[in-house]
Ligand binder design. Structure first.
Ligand code: 4NP
Length: 175
């Protein structure tokens, strides 16, 4: 399965979502392609925010080599599933993608945890470190749901190389 995680700057939330889901997919033996992007280009080429890197590292996930890039309309052609971190991000994606916007591929990430609730992953950019830990926990739960939903044989995601008996782990079990 090809999954894209999208936020505004691609330096705080979506790099975490990319790194967390990639690590869980790797542990599950799933050969998924996972990427992230931002709807504004303010931080293109930059590494993730140091606090996103820190909370990831504390949970055994290395996102230090990821680099920010801008979301493009062509992402709708390449990716099968596109998760937005918040509603304003979907508004931006609709504007950027124009006719290529495909509502069947897009959802808010937290709708995998609370379907239909349209909950945002809050933007930690303006706040202190605890906000980044909160964001990590929310994304971690959502990533477990994605693996459980699409990582099973016949679920629509590629299961090539999947190991048997995988149970999605909670963040405190990953250390
Ligand atoms: P993110 O956070 O969307 O989670 O990467 C932000 C980072 C930077 C900006 C906005 C949000 N910014 O406007 O620079």
């Amino acid at each position: 399965m090809k999954v894209l995680m999208v936020c505004l700057g691609n330096i705080c939330r979506s790099p975490l979502a990319e790194g967390i889901l990639r690590e869980k997919a790797r542990r599950a033996g799933l050969h998924w392609e996972i990427d992230s992007a931002g709807t504004n280009g303010y931080h293109t080429g930059e590494a993730p925010h140091h606090l996103s890197q820190k909370v990831a590292r504390l949970n055994g996930v290395d996102i230090s080599t990821q680099r920010a890039r801008r979301f493009t309309a062509d992402d709708f052609q390449h990716f099968e599933k596109i998760y937005a971190m918040a509603g304003d991000v979907i508004d931006d994606m609709r504007r950027i993608a124009g006719k290529k916007f495909d509502p069947n591929k897009v959802d808010l990430l937290m709708n995998e945890v609370h379907p239909g609730k349209d909950q945002d992953v809050p933007d930690p950019w303006y706040g202190p470190e605890p906000g980044y830990h909160e964001v990590y926990k929310m994304i971690d739960v959502a990533a477990n749901r994605i693996i459980a939903k699409y990582g099973q044989p016949g679920a629509g995601g590629s299961t090539q190389g999947q190991t048997s008996g995988f149970t999605p782990q909670k963040s405190h079990e990953q250390k």
